[in-house]
Design a protein around this ligand. Structure first.
Ligand SMILES: [Zn+2]
Length: 65
């Protein structure tokens, strides 16, 4: 099951979505995104906790019929 993180679940008003095969990949992507877009120099333990809490399973979209 792939993982997904909506940035707006952590920082409101952002439509960035990070996808990855596991939490580490998500964190890597969102750290880079936060640095570039939100001017977050590094992931604080508090921010990391909120990111981890916001990670969801990426439901596969299956076209039926
Ligand atoms: Zn964002």
């Amino acid at each position: 099951m792939k993982k997904l993180l909506r940035c707006c679940d952590v920082i409101s008003g952002c439509d960035f979505v990070a996808r990855g095969v596991n939490e580490n990949e998500i964190i890597m992507r969102v750290t880079q995104h936060a640095r570039v877009v939100h001017d977050v120099a590094w992931m604080t333990p508090d921010l990391l906790k909120r990111v981890l809490a916001a990670i969801r399973d990426d439901e596969p979209v299956i076209a039926e019929g």
